[in-house]
Ligand binder design. Structure first.
Ligand code: SF4
Ligand code: SF4
Length: 97
């Protein structure tokens, strides 16, 4: 089956009564504006993957003997720290790191 080519997006076609929507990708990444950063205690981490399961942006990655967030895309919400059953993640202020 042949795929249809999509026409380029034209912002002028968006009705006036809709909420504003993003029409361009922002160059900002969460690591540019996050105020808290998760720090993993590698000694406590047992690789249970609970943090990986709960992270809303799926930025937790497996490293050797532990899991840790990819900081470029982590938004600092702290859910991983709340959910880690081994208290292996703590949130610290970016300003102090
Ligand atoms: S939830 Fe905690 S113990 Fe489990 S993999 Fe993540 S950091 Fe490690
Ligand atoms: S702080 Fe939030 S976004 Fe960052 S790794 Fe934890 S759950 Fe994911």
């Amino acid at each position: 089956m042949r795929r249809q080519a999509h026409a380029p997006f034209d912002p002028a076609t968006v009705p006036d009564d809709l909420c504003p929507i993003a029409t361009e990708l922002s160059p900002l990444r969460p690591g540019d504006w996050r105020s808290l950063r998760p720090i993993v205690d590698r000694e406590r981490c047992v690789k249970c993957a609970v943090c990986w399961l709960y992270c809303p942006v799926q930025c937790i990655v497996e490293r050797g003997a532990w899991f840790e967030p990819r900081l470029e895309t982590c938004k600092g919400c702290g859910i991983c720290a709340q959910e880690c059953p081994h208290r292996a993640i703590r949130m610290v202020e970016e300003a102090t790191v």
